[in-house]
Design a protein around this ligand. Structure first.
Ligand code: NAP
Length: 448
């Protein structure tokens, strides 16, 4: 089985760790890595906050994998549109889907669809310069934003809103996004958590950053901390570390910084109101017994509502998926439909296990999937199409402009040039057309 060829769909962490595991195995002649965006790295490029460059450094490891002669990158190729699932199965011995979770879950409350109400995936895609998210945010007209959720994504969103745009000049944020953040008139950002301080899913490092914001004061109610001290919520070392940080924040006096971040616990939105856009959010405070404050329902004037309540995978068309979670049913990575494993089809990452864990979690996850691929390969019938150029020809016939690793390197260079203008290492190009234009510059990349 020395000439086996595998397709990996999705060039984010799970996709790259799958590529890495495949390259470490014997008998794999080639791995083709597809992504709908004309750039690799997925969540590392479009999900990790721009002011967290250390987390993004893993892209260097992924970039090295692209230079392996057995790997081909097919950027700007959408599975389901440019190439079908059946065509993939006809051209590869196995297909690993690692398309992540880019959809937003919904709160299911009235007013969620008003202008100014966003899911975190939409908002994060916007500030990360995702080419499918080139609209604008109503920051210049807003004084108050409400961020729903107590996970790290809620913290990312609240932190970006709380920072002065000047603090973000050195990041890779597109110029247009930075300009919108510079025009922001926000003064107050409310983060609302339905649980108490001990059940928040924040991690310590991320929560600690809130105490170090130069442009915003942080406000936490002492009564919430007192009640959490006596409530019987889940406890762990992480919860204890969060609790200590929150206690520190609750003891601080406001330093008169231009913005304020308020953390509310046992609070959830029940309705978002407004004529066309968000004007007011009704927040229900439901404290545990023993809390010094009584339950209340407060109408908070606000112009932006962002729900950071977890992402949802969006399974490629034709794959089975759980109607509630969006996860593809699988057995250790083998896609399963009606209790039977589908030959040659696998999943890795958030599509396989749901949107949880850090980037490194995908390494062992991908290895598990690749182990299943390797176990199955001897029994999988060799596909009829053995010509690695067949896929390239198919995409060329359809006029798909493939952005391969060389073309991506040109986009990278273009972004480094944008960075030089702004004094940043790199600045993202947010428009797909301009990315492809930069990819084609020089000797031009075509499908052949
Ligand atoms: P998450 O950690 O699962 O947090 C989701 C939050 O939304 C929880 O507080 C949850 O509350 C709340 N929630 C869910 N449904 C809700 C509802 N209907 N109403 C109100 N609140 C609701 O998800 P995430 O923040 O999207 O993060 C996804 C993963 O990426 C996590 O593993 C996270 O650690 C990771 N991540 C890491 C970093 C980093 O390391 N810097 C940055 C970003 C993301 P309950 O707890 O009550 O369910």
């Amino acid at each position: 089985m020395a000439d086996r060829r595998i397709a990996v769909i999705g060039a984010g962490p799970a996709g790259f760790y799958s590529v890495q595991a495949l390259l470490n195995a014997e008998g794999i002649a080639g791995v083709d890595l597809f992504d709908a965006v004309p750039a690799p790295f997925g969540l590392v490029r479009y999900g990790v906050a721009p002011d967290h460059p250390k987390t993004k450094a893993v892209a260097r490891i992924f970039q090295r994998l692209l230079t392996d002669e057995r790997v081909r990158f097919f950027g700007n190729v959408t599975v389901g549109r440019d190439i079908s699932r059946q065509e993939l199965l006809a051209n590869y011995d196995a297909v690993i889907y690692a398309t992540g979770a880019r959809r937003d879950r919904s709160l299911g409350i009235p007013g969620e669809d008003l202008d100014g109400s966003f899911g975190a995936a939409e908002f994060v895609s916007w500030y990360s310069g995702h080419p499918d998210s080139t609209g604008s945010m109503p920051l210049a007209q807003a004084q108050t934003a409400v961020v729903v959720g107590a996970g790290n994504v809620a913290l990312d969103v609240a932190r970006i809103l709380a920072k002065d745009a000047q603090e973000l000049v050195g990041t890779d944020m597109p110029d247009e996004v930075l300009a919108e953040l510079a025009a922001s008139s926000l003064s107050d950002i409310h983060v609302v958590a339905r649980g108490g301080p001990r059940s928040a899913k924040f991690t310590k490092v991320e929560l600690r950053e809130f105490g170090e914001l130069a442009h915003a004061d942080i406000a936490v109610s002492v009564a919430d901390l007192d009640a959490a001290g006596t409530s019987s919520e889940v406890d762990s070392a992480d919860a204890e570390a969060n609790f200590r940080l929150l206690s520190d924040y609750s003891s601080r006096s406001p330093a008169g910084r231009p913005r304020r971040v308020h953390l509310h616990f046992w609070t959830r939105p029940v309705v978002i109101r407004g004529a066309k856009g968000v004007e007011e959010i009704a927040l229900s405070f439901e404290p545990p017994a023993g809390h010094a404050k009584a339950p209340s329902l407060v109408d908070l004037p606000a112009q932006i509502a962002i729900r950071a309540i977890g992402y949802r995978p969006d399974a490629p068309a034709g794959l089975p998926c759980d109607p509630v979670s969006g996860v593809v049913p699988n057995e250790a990575g083998r896609v399963v439909a009606d209790g039977v494993a589908l030959p040659g089809e696998y999943v890795a990452g958030w599509l396989k296990r749901g949107p949880s864990g850090v980037i490194g979690t995908n390494r062992s996850d991908a290895r598990e999937t690749v182990d299943r691929v390797l176990e199955d390969l001897p029994a999988l019938a060799e596909r009829s199409i053995r010509d690695p150029q067949a896929v390239v020809g198919l995409l060329a016939e359809r006029g798909t402009q493939i952005v391969d690793a060389t073309a991506w390197a040109r986009i990278d260079l273009h972004e480094q040039q944008l960075g030089r203008v702004r004094g940043a290492a790199t600045v993202k190009e947010r428009y797909r057309g301009r990315m492809v234009e930069a990819a084609l510059r020089g000797d031009g990349i075509t499908a052949d």
